[in-house]
Design a protein around this ligand. Structure first.
Ligand code: ZN
Length: 353
């Protein structure tokens, strides 16, 4: 019954079964633990890894995909093929992003629950309640982003337009260390703020299996951006990486794309951000008085666009957010300072001393 096949693109998968057809992409990775590939059409992330744990009394689905027809179709087809009964399905979310949470209220059992960290849950509600999300806008406007571009971004970014309906289900707010039983396993909540303020990984200690969400991705770098209410997202992220650097992990199950060797990847991500921090600092040193949009425009990005001016607006917003996280990190440590000009926009300078 157990076909132990190596995953073609990976070192540490214990793959029991792989089924592939044009409709669904399902892999049984470990006893009763499945991966369902949910396509994200037109999105650079390409695919979301949704994980499913089959249990005796209930099943647990970890992350879902955007609230969009092709995502729902693929996820439902996958769940059907595994033989999941919708009525006994709980949903567990690694974080609030819509590519993970978008379908949660549509695929959770009617009497069942959606688990998410309390901090991300509060943000989900906050984003819903704020019809004109000024509290998200404001920082970007004061950093040189134009209101027109921001409005276009909110109209077109699937993170905003394909979000779950957080009024349509019952939530269980999670805290660091909370344990969730599923399929004979015990999932331990490891809160790793950074990618979002309430971002979580889920860890099976006995099996050393880690659902790493978007905290540790292998062939892409997790986006770290400014968040309302978080003074130092990048500092939080780096601390989260360091906190679990030595976690014994046999198999990492990331939110997108391929897996790899956990500890090696965490070390790479730490080095990556040290480099990016130096890059942002050097730009401010060389060009004192720029605003964050201008600094972002001088940083290097892995995006197929002829120039900063031709960046798609959503990508521009991501880039500026990531630049802000790096500037905030230096500001928090007194290495940079910002002065608000008569135009109401913040300009960055090196802080001597
Ligand atoms: Zn994410």
């Amino acid at each position: 019954m157990q076909i132990k096949t190596k995953h073609p693109s990976d070192h540490n998968y214990l793959l029991l079964k792989r089924r592939e057809n044009t409709e669904t992409m399902i892999e049984e990775l470990y006893t009763n633990i499945y991966r369902i590939g949910v396509p994200l059409p037109g999105n650079p992330l390409k695919e979301l890894n949704s994980y499913f744990i089959k249990g005796k009394e209930s099943d647990l689905l970890i992350d879902t995909g955007f609230r969009r027809e092709p995502c729902l179709k693929a996820l439902q087809a996958g769940l059907e093929e595994i033989g999941s009964d919708p009525a006994r399905r709980d949903v567990l979310l690694t974080h609030l992003h819509s590519d993970h949470s978008g379908l949660a209220d549509l695929v959770v059992g009617r009497e069942r629950k959606v688990f998410i960290h309390e901090t991300d849950l509060a943000l989900l509600h906050r984003f819903r309640e704020t019809t004109l999300p000024e509290f998200r806008y404001q920082r970007f406007i004061s950093e040189g982003f134009s209101r027109e571009l921001l409005e276009e971004m909110y109209r077109t970014n699937p993170a905003m337009t394909e979000a779950m309906d957080s009024t349509a289900c019952t939530f269980v707010p999670l805290r660091d260390g909370d344990r969730i039983p599923a399929g004979g396993y015990m999932l331990e909540t490891l809160c790793v703020p950074g990618h979002t303020p309430g971002n979580c990984m889920f860890y099976l200690r006995n099996e050393q299996i880690l659902f790493s969400g978007d905290h540790v991705l292998f062939d892409i770098t997790p986006n770290i951006t400014y968040w309302p209410g978080a003074a130092d997202s990048l500092g939080d992220y780096i601390n989260s990486l360091k906190r679990y650097l030595d976690l014994p992990v046999h198999m990492t199950l990331p939110g997108h794309r391929q897996t790899g060797i956990y500890k090696e990847r965490v070390e790479e991500l730490l080095v990556h951000h040290v480099r990016r921090l130096s890059e942002a600092y050097a730009i401010v040193q060389k060009h004192p008085g720029l605003n964050a949009c201008e600094i972002a425009g001088l940083m290097k990005w892995k995006i197929r666009a002829a120039s900063w001016e031709t960046f798609p607006v959503v990508q521009k917003w991501f880039a500026v957010g990531e630049c802000l996280a790096h500037l905030d990190y230096h500001m928090q440590r007194g290495r940079l300072r910002a002065e608000t000009g008569s135009d109401g926009i913040r300009h960055y300078y090196e802080n001597p001393g």
